[in-house]
Design a protein around this ligand. Structure first.
Ligand code: ADP
Ligand code: MG
Length: 697
């Protein structure tokens, strides 16, 4: 249960002064609906009205406060469009104060000639002359304290002005209370970090530009709080899984050795290392929760199979789940091929299997006559009953929800948690792995199987499309197959589809009927049919929106064209490129770009030309663009951070991880004083999902 002290933070923003339904809705779009969300909405800049430069010192346009003597008023004639000007000066220079549509007598009263006034507003330099239009403040010297020294500048949304936003957040800050300290006091002392409340206040009330930096003590403290909440939550889950008794699946090598003996290749060092890590987990008496990361083509499937065979060696069953029908069938095909000489029965089950075949398969499954079942979500269905399911491989695990994972682990034997191996071809930088998959142990396939030909990657401006088409015409005559990925127009499937259809028609005009189109709006069956035609060689060119699934294997495809490559994330480009270079022939990837806005866009495409290392690409992408944009947060399974910046404060994560482990080692139920405070932290950052496990034991 949420600690009472936090209740006011979780109130709706409409409870704040100046916030009605309309504003609350607008706020909800960019900040959030709760008072708490306002705390995390930090200023990006500030106006420093406290700095009082002499007029002669002002060299650029910015907001200042100056002390000036009012000189001449230059009022426009009635009906004239000229603005009202007031001249003023100090010892170092002169300035014009400008008013449009001004009421002369009001200005006369505010700025009496010959008197000293404090003027605050944005000064602009126009033809070497200082001007200030409609000052924010015009006050006597004794009214000085009416001018706020520093005003935070917040990121805004349409419909909410800077003043209103500042007022709303000011209102939220009124609700701040001291919270029990959850950080180690010696850490706070060492880093010179303030208390949580002081940190929130300081972050919203910068006194200098330095206070706005992510390296400022207040912001570092808040970021560390958030990372600690993240790591603590993951560690709680991890311990929860580890605590559950799992099956001890000891590899006998009986089947695995046969598999390895029959493979037409040797396992790479990375494959052997990963497999050893997996086998160690399987043999251990707790449930495995491991992530196998590896680029497309790095050879995850054979590792997964070898691991699945361990379950079979122990007389149990294994399952392998893929996010799509196509992928499930491909996995099935490759497992079937690899187990050809083994006494192991592999079967496949997808949503497409119905009626008698399905019924027969389920009977065999329940009887234990199927050793390894491959499939899609269909494997979670209620009536799918296993004889003795002990181990599950989940491919592209971020596509599956927590509930689905839960549904699956309920299918094992009572009292023993399932061993789970998650696989992903989405390379994630090390720092992010900790935040996204910190609850799992990770193995990396960072070594490509030998003999792969490098993919020749080129960047070409879109206006040379005709040349590209001619080049493809020549290539096709030699039997090459081509993937043609259409641009992401925007986050709109309708527009993406329109663009893909247009390109399809264009290519159809050039190449005739040997061009196919797949897109996200097609029924799975139609999609499969087109894919199958392409894989079978009935089509030369496959035009696709980005639905070309990770893992789809067409070794004859050796050309990948990606239109408007600059609109894709690097990791996405990398994965798309991974569709080619799978056969014996040399492959090419053509990145067609529209306009390359800045240096970053150029640098990004350059990385694609220079390396095929997915991990390196992911690190560079993070460096260039920031984690938020990396892949699209949701797609990649990365958590959202409210105040912490992965790019700039990511170095704190490892520290938070160690801290979280130590804390739970000492106080596994978070019962101590500090433990209670840490519970508050988990609720504060809404990472309290695991708290229930602490008490239920
Ligand atoms: P991933 O699932 O990681 O994208 P796959 O498991 O589909 O990769 O493997 C890609 C290809 O590489 C397959 O054709 C597979 O047979 C082959 N392969 C896997 N491991 C090796 C190896 N050690 N040496 C040579 N080829 C390998
Ligand atoms: Mg694969």
């Amino acid at each position: 249960m949420r600690p009472e002290i936090l209740y006011p933070f979780f109130a709706d923003t409409v409870s704040l002064p100046g916030v009605g339904g309309r504003i609350a809705t607008l706020l909800g779009k960019i900040v959030g609906r709760k008072v708490l969300d306002m705390f995390w909405h930090l200023p990006v800049d500030m106006i420093d009205r406290g700095a009082m430069p002499k007029l002669g010192e002002i060299t650029y346009d910015h907001v200042v406060t100056c002390e000036v003597t009012i000189d001449k008023h230059d009022a426009p004639l009635r009906g004239s469009r000229r603005p009202y000007r007031v001249w003023c000066h100090d010892a170092t220079g002169q300035m014009q104060i400008i008013f449009f549509h001004a009421k002369g007598d009001y200005i006369q009263r505010q700025l009496p000639e010959g008197e000293l006034r404090l003027i605050s507003g944005k000064v602009e330099i126009f033809n070497g002359q200082l001007q200030m239009t409609h000052p924010d403040y015009m006050l006597r010297q004794d009214q000085r304290d009416q001018i706020p020294k520093v005003e935070p500048i917040y990121p805004l949304t349409a419909g909410i002005s800077g003043k209103v936003m500042a007022k709303i957040i000011g209102g939220a800050l009124e609700r701040l209370v001291d919270l029990p300290e959850w950080q180690d006091t010696s850490l706070l002392a060492r880093e010179k970090w303030p208390s949580w409340r002081a940190a929130v206040e300081a972050a919203h009330r910068p006194e200098s530009q330095g206070d706005l930096l992510t390296s400022s003590p207040a912001r570092m403290r808040l970021a560390y709080d958030e990372f600690l909440a993240n790591q603590l939550a993951l560690e709680i889950m991890r311990r929860q899984v580890k605590k559950k008794k799992g099956r001890s699946l000891t590899p006998t090598g009986k089947l695995k050795d046969q598999l390895v003996a029959h493979l037409p290749y040797q396992l790479t060092g990375a494959q052997q290392r990963s497999l050893a890590e997996i086998e160690q987990d399987l043999a251990a008496p707790y449930a495995m929760m491991r992530l196998l990361q590896g680029d497309v083509g790095s050879g995850k499937t054979v590792v997964a199979l070898a691991a699945l065979l361990t379950a079979v060696e122990n007389g149990a069953q294994g399952a392998m789940i893929a996010p799509t029908e196509i992928l499930a069938r491909q996995h099935y095909d490759s497992l079937l091929e690899m187990t050809e000489n083994l006494n192991v029965r592999v079967a496949v089950l997808t949503g497409r299997d119905k009626g008698k075949t399905r019924a027969a398969l389920l009977t065999d499954l329940a009887a234990g006559e199927i050793d390894i079942l491959v499939g899609t979500h269909a494997l979670f269905q209620k009536d799918v009953i296993y004889h003795d399911l002990a181990f599950v491989v989940i491919d592209e695990q971020h596509r599956f929800g927590v509930e689905q994972r839960m549904a699956l682990s309920a299918k094992g034997r009572a009292g023993a948690a399932m061993d789970v191996l998650a696989m992903t071809a989405t390379p994630i930088p090390r720092t992010l792995t900790l935040t996204a998959y910190g609850d799992m142990d990770a193995s990396r396939l960072d070594e490509k199987p030998p003999g792969r030909k490098p993919i020749d990657t080129r960047t070409i401006p879109l206006n040379r499309l005709d040349e590209v088409v001619q080049g493809i015409r020549r290539a096709i005559t030699t039997g090459t197959r081509v993937f043609w990925i259409c641009p992401l127009v925007e986050e709109s499937e309708v527009l993406d589809l329109a663009a893909a259809k247009e390109r399809f028609r264009h290519l159809e005009q050039v190449f005739g009927t040997r061009v196919g189109l797949v897109h996200g709006k097609m029924k799975p069956k139609e999609k499969d049919q087109v894919m199958a035609k392409f894989a079978g060689g009935d089509l030369d060119i496959l035009v696709a929106t980005t639905v070309v699934e990770v893992g789809v294997n067409v070794p004859e495809a050796t050309i990948m064209v990606i239109e408007h490559a600059e609109r894709f994330g690097l990791s996405q480009l990398h994965q798309l490129r991974g569709r080619v270079g799978r056969g014996a022939d040399k492959s090419t990837c053509l990145l067609l770009y529209g306009t390359l806005g800045g240096e970053t866009a150029k640098a990004r495409l350059k990385i694609m030309r220079e390396t095929e290392d997915g991990f390196l690409i992911a690190e560079e992408d993070l460096r260039l663009r920031g984690a938020g944009e990396l892949l699209g947060t949701r797609q990649s399974g990365l958590p959202n951070f409210r105040v912490a910046s992965l790019e700039e404060q990511g170095s704190l994560i490892a520290m938070a991880r160690d801290d979280a482990r130590m804390i739970l080692e000492k106080d596994p139920e978070l019962k101590s004083g500090r433990g209670q405070a840490l519970r508050v932290l988990l609720y504060l950052f809404e990472r309290d999902e695991g708290v229930k496990y602490l008490t239920s034991g």
